[in-house]
Write a protein that binds this ligand. Structure first.
Ligand SMILES: CC1=C(CCC(=O)O)c2cc3nc(cc4[nH]c(cc5[nH]c(cc1n2)c(C)c5CCC(=O)O)c(CCC(=O)O)c4C)C(CCC(=O)O)=C3C
Ligand SMILES: [Fe+2]
Length: 370
């Protein structure tokens, strides 16, 4: 156990996230960053940006990440872990390349990376690794000595991620009127992705859906143990984008609410297990769109909390970092995981979560960097 208190060889933690706009003038440039290289006209981006304009152009994601940074720094300080925590994003300031450059200037050589995405998939894992490779290439072109970056393993089934969600679902159930509570359905939601991306997610394929189903089962079992009620449940999807010709994971949460209503379900708890914080996909797609749909159907719904800056999640990040540090030192580390799938791999194998256009990706077996 003492082995898991030593951060060596790591000298810093980098929180790597999506980024989001912080005012109306940021919205189109942010969406240009997200959709770069796909030639989407600004006019269409302004349409896509309607979700953001409804909230004064402010995505909640940056505030969520600032709160998580505070929670991480507090957790590290409370546990005598003297490791600086930095923050960089894929699509908005503070940009990943700028943060990595600052980390190099501060003398960091061996960086553990926590991405704000818990599951395997191209969008949730490999794309972040590609962003890391792009940033390292930019620093290399500037003649800087490159740090080594290691991405911490997927944490979808880490107790520090799952337990706050169990409490969230229990709180949502408790918030429903008593006469509909016992019969309430649980709708676990995550970001829809193209079915082709789902098929090829993780080392053996299919990992995105399998991981969500495993987490959902753990939550359902925990709720049965605590309340004595086995709620009917299903994994459903939200936030689909892209061309209607391309198949994406279904059903959508709004269609699912209609189906459940048609089947006579008395109430639904929507549990966004696919997301780490209450960012725009949660506030718009669930709290606005799906909530409006439920109101139209006269179906009582509650939306459960994401982990956000829960201290148990901050502690889980420390655990993941110390676990990986131990295994990098060649020690056997305790690897916490709930559910049936067990702890995820440290290093993504070559070709894990492939994209259509193969691009270099750091922090995996096929990384061009050490
Ligand atoms: C799996 C997944 C996660 C979870 C893992 C993770 O967290 O990384 C996620 C998170 C997020 N997605 C976000 C925002 C967007 N996602 C888009 C587009 C897309 N997402 C996809 C997948 C995912 N996305 C996919 C397959 C696309 C289409 C292709 C593409 O464009 O790559 C677009 C483009 C416009 C549109 O097509 O609607 C936007 C603006 C925000 C920020 C929210 C905020 O601002 O609070 C967050 C956290
Ligand atoms: Fe997305």
């Amino acid at each position: 156990m003492s082995d898991q208190r030593d951060p060596d060889p790591y000298d810093a933690l980098l929180l790597l996230s999506f980024g989001g706009p912080e005012g109306p003038e940021d919205v189109v440039p942010f969406l240009q960053n997200v959709t770069r290289g796909r030639g989407i006209p600004d006019e269409r981006l302004r349409e896509v940006g309607q979700h953001y304009f409804r909230f004064d152009g402010i995505s909640p994601i940056n505030g969520q990440n600032r709160a998580l940074l505070d929670a991480l720094r507090k957790d590290f300080a409370d546990h005598g872990l003297d490791l600086p925590v930095y923050w960089g994003n894929r699509n908005w300031a503070p940009y990943l390349t700028d943060t990595l450059r600052a980390m190099v200037a501060d003398g960091h050589k061996r960086i553990a990376v926590l991405a704000t995405s818990a599951y395997a998939s191209y969008s949730g894992c490999r794309q972040y690794r590609e962003n890391l490779a792009d940033s390292l290439a930019a620093l290399e072109a500037e003649g800087l000595d490159l740090p080594r970056v290691d991405k911490l393993r997927h944490y979808f089934n880490h107790p520090g991620f799952v337990r706050p969600m169990i409490d969230g679902v229990l709180a949502s159930l408790a918030s429903l009127p008593e006469d509909v509570r016992t019969g309430a359905h649980l709708a676990f939601t995550t970001h829809s992705i193209p079915t082709a991306a789902a098929d090829s997610a993780g080392p053996g394929g299919g990992a995105y859906v399998a991981q969500h189903l495993d987490v959902a089962q753990v939550i359902v079992d925990a709720i049965r143990e605590q309340t004595g009620v086995e709620h009917p449940w299903q994994l459903v999807y939200q936030s689909r984008s892209g061309s209607p010709q391309t198949p994406w994971l279904e059903p959508d949460i709004c269609d699912h609410l209609e189906t459940l209503h048609g089947e006579g379900a008395p109430a639904v708890v929507m549990a966004p297990i696919g997301f780490v914080s209450d960012h725009m996909e949660v506030l718009y797609d669930l709290d606005t769109e799906a909530a409006d749909k439920a109101a139209e159907l006269n179906l009582p719904v509650a939306r459960s909390a994401t982990v956000g800056a829960d201290p148990r999640f901050a502690a889980a990040v420390r655990d993941l970092l110390l676990e990986r540090a131990a295994s990098e030192r060649g020690r056997t580390a305790e690897r916490c995981a709930l559910g049936a799938l067990g702890p995820s791999h440290d290093l993504c194998p070559a070709g894990c979560c492939p994209s259509r256009a193969a691009r270099p990706a750091a922090a995996g077996a096929d990384s061009p960097y050490a």
